[in-house]
Design a protein around this ligand. Structure first.
Ligand SMILES: *Cc1c(COP(=O)(O)O)cnc(C)c1O
Length: 465
């Protein structure tokens, strides 16, 4: 295949892509294949001879597509959406054609400067103070790891990278019992150890960290010889959308001189709407904030926006300059690879530029507001049905429910039956040890009618069981 073939196949892919999206409502949301079904259709060994694109294309249709769960389906109500708005797909298409590797300013100046500007745009869109600087990471997990490493190095007076952790006082990091598993993993990878991640109980309708318990844990740890290093808070945690009280957490952090990181991977997008910002009031006192434009906002995966009050702390933690990476004779430039763990970087800012311009902040806000409203209305409709109970009330577009009196097995059986049906896709979660059905909405193209379908599907299958 050469670039002349690319022209023909690229056009074919664009036509197929538009058609796929126009007809995606007709497909079952979750793939309906059995384990091993795809693998069995893939040859055991790679071909020695070149194969025609026609064959590869047909196999894509016949082997790959049946095993795809349609994340861009308007009735994907399961995990947090991973939206790919057409404008961002187009930008990714262009990016993959030009394929720059954007580790240094000089390895593509426009990519670096676009990233700077896009992060400034997002700071404004979220209503954060203009002093925040941003970088695009590949995932929220990476941003959290970078923040945890910064906590570690700052607390150890920058000795950890050099000397390792042996012989240091054990570090402590604090978060609520609702945080995402990426927090635990960051703690493992940073060499801090699960035992030193202290999970503080939560309380109230928003399941916020009990900051009195947080303060008590820090005080006790200091007395016992530990070295507290940082606090990780959440806005919109994965299970049921828990939101910590940022102002109360920041009070503790400032008193204790601890570095703060906020994981708003999903809910951060909603902060482009001023009426939702009460959920993270005080976020502007945090050192590090991450949210994923690749979830609710509509930017093609992957794109995690990481904002820093003082990027120098992160750079001091991660920057490394062998001779071959030095940019000589260029003052006032940014090399974003000094702000992240991988050296190589894709050109991720372009899809934000296309996305924000093609829909405008108003267009993006309209979608978020609709998702929240339609989801909350569906919650109220189910609440009014005698056999259902709402287990946790909506936080933005996320809430949980179950059939009254159903045990964990029956709740799981209902989730499975609904997903086998294919009209909608949902998941389960644990709320205080009990299984509940988790509903969240945020697909870029969903309409109010999709929520009617969700209501019909849920009630019909629950009544059939
Ligand atoms: C999705 C999510 C993550 C993980 O995001 P990745 O970009 O996949 O690493 C972390 N925290 C929360 C609250 C999330 O919703």
């Amino acid at each position: 295949m050469d670039w002349n073939d690319f022209e023909r196949w690229g056009q074919k892919a664009a036509t197929w892509g538009a058609d796929y999206h126009r007809t995606k409502r007709d497909r079952p949301v979750r793939a309906q294949v059995k384990p091993g079904e795809t693998l069995a259709q893939l040859p055991d060994s790679p071909p020695e001879a070149a194969q025609p694109l026609e064959d590869i294309w047909d196999d894509f249709q016949n082997i790959v597509m049946p095993g795809i769960t349609h994340w861009q389906h308007p009735r994907f109500f399961a995990y947090f959406n991973s939206n790919a708005a057409p404008a961002s797909v187009l930008a990714e298409f262009l990016t993959s054609i030009v394929a720059p590797q954007c580790m240094l300013w000089q390895t593509s100046p426009s990519a670096t400067e676009m990233e700077t500007r896009m992060m400034d745009w997002l700071v404004q869109a979220l209503g954060l103070p203009p002093t925040y600087k941003g970088v695009i990471q590949d995932s929220a997990s990476s941003a959290t790891l970078a923040a945890v490493l910064t906590m570690r190095e700052r607390a150890l007076n920058w000795a950890g990278n050099q000397q390792g952790l042996a012989g240091q006082r054990p570090l402590r990091i604090y978060c609520s019992d609702q945080v995402h598993s990426s927090i635990d993993r960051a703690i493992w990878v940073a060499g801090i150890g699960q035992d030193n991640l202290i999970k503080i109980p939560t309380k109230g309708p928003l399941r916020a960290m009990d900051t009195d318990a947080l303060q008590a844990a820090i005080t006790a740890d200091r007395a016992a010889g530990y070295l507290p290093a940082g606090i990780i808070a959440a806005t919109g945690a994965t299970g049921m959308g828990a939101c910590d009280d940022m102002a109360a957490v920041a009070d503790v952090a400032e008193r204790e001189n601890l570095y703060t990181h906020l994981d708003a991977a999903w809910a951060g997008t909603a902060m482009i709407c001023p009426e939702f910002r009460h959920l993270w009031e005080g976020a502007d006192r945090f050192d590090s904030i991450v949210f994923n434009p690749h979830k609710w906002l509509g930017a093609q995966f992957d794109c995690a926006a990481h904002f820093l009050r003082d990027p120098d702390l992160l750079r001091q933690t991660l920057a490394i300059r062998p001779e071959y990476l030095k940019t000589h004779a260029e003052a006032d430039i940014t090399d974003y690879s000094e702000w992240s763990i991988p050296l190589g970087r894709r050109f991720r800012a372009l899809k934000l530029w296309f996305l924000i311009r093609a829909y405008g902040l108003d267009g993006l806000r309209d979608r978020i507001r609709n998702h929240v409203r339609w989801s909350q209305e569906l919650c109220d409709r189910l609440r009014a049905e005698p056999e259902f109970e709402i287990v946790t009330d909506p936080i933005l577009s996320l809430w949980t429910f179950k059939v009254k009196g159903a045990d964990n097995d029956a709740t799981q059986a209902l989730v499975d039956a609904i997903n086998d049906d294919g009209r909608i896709y949902i998941t389960q979660t644990l709320v205080d040890g009990q299984k509940a059905i988790r509903f969240q909405a945020g697909q870029f193209d969903c309409t109010e009618a999709d929520f009617d379908t969700a209501f019909d599907t849920i009630t019909e299958i629950a009544r059939r069981a």
